[in-house]
Design a binder for this molecule. Sequence first.
Ligand SMILES: C[S@@+](CC[C@H](N)C(=O)[O-])C[C@H]1O[C@@H](n2cnc3c(N)ncnc32)[C@H](O)[C@@H]1O
Length: 299
Amino acid sequence: MGNCTSKPQTSSKPQTSNKPPMKAVTSSNDSASRTRVMAEREYHNVESSTYVLPKDDREKDRLHEPEFTTQLFGKDINVLDVGCGPATWLMDLATEYPDSNFYGVDIADTFPQAIHPRNLHFQVANALEPLPFNFKFDFIQVRLFTLALRESEWVVAFRNIYNALNPGGIFQVIETCPLMNTNDPDMIKIRTSMAQLLRKKQQNPDMASQLGKVLEQENFKVVHKETLELPLGHGTPADIAAGDVSKGVLLGMAPFMAAQMNIDVEEYKILVNKAGANMGPAKTSVTLWGYLGQRPSDI
Ligand SMILES: C[S@@+](CC[C@H](N)C(=O)[O-])C[C@H]1O[C@@H](n2cnc3c(N)ncnc32)[C@H](O)[C@@H]1O
């Protein structure tokens, strides 16, 4: 997914502490063995994962589309983006805040491997395993993970993140419901099939709205919560861009969705493009949720 533009803000300032080693870390595994190709798109090859979006250049472009930044960063803090993808958010922040250290992990090696700021480091890692750092972070983000985790896995990922945060550190979660609000009959068909597909994969399409509870369950103090309805393709440049990004999600899921709908991939793409062209008249939108959770200082 790449259609989330909500940006929670807080006045809480993350604490500064434990300096990390400055060595850059990158994946050493063979990239080809971690890729499988379906319907001319590249997908990760991690058998245990339910993630259904591609990891190829087209997907990286889609995720680069919206520019989200946040202004919470002072000097000399450690920031981690879990499931960073092509690392749009980290690249901006690392450039803007050269005195802080930024880290990105992802299950797939989609992050920029050759050119990135000196204070930005990447590593292949699974959010469902303890995070591979020997120091703690002041700020951690998870963004657009709804299609990445089974419902039961969110607590595991949040626990790993809690354990990787300094006391007083901030965890930012930005998620969207992948099921669009719409009057378009084709989009409703797609939405119904997507809900069935995600349920089959033990994912909860409505997970974004539940994450405050998961944060509390994992001992975070929820210091900010925000929802936003984002119109898609209604006519402004931002709507149109957001609509394209959302359509990219649907196209990225083509092999899985076509199988779920019992149609061939080309037929599915035609359906998506038709529904995509009608987003404005059909008042199509997505709902976004943003949370800030804090690891209490006294635990
Ligand atoms: C939709 S993309 C979002 C990327 C980025 N957070 C953004 O907002 O642009 C989801 C990312 O999560 C990664 N991912 C999926 N499952 C994961 C897991 N268990 N651990 C780490 N990353 C994972 C995918 O490889 C993908 O890059």
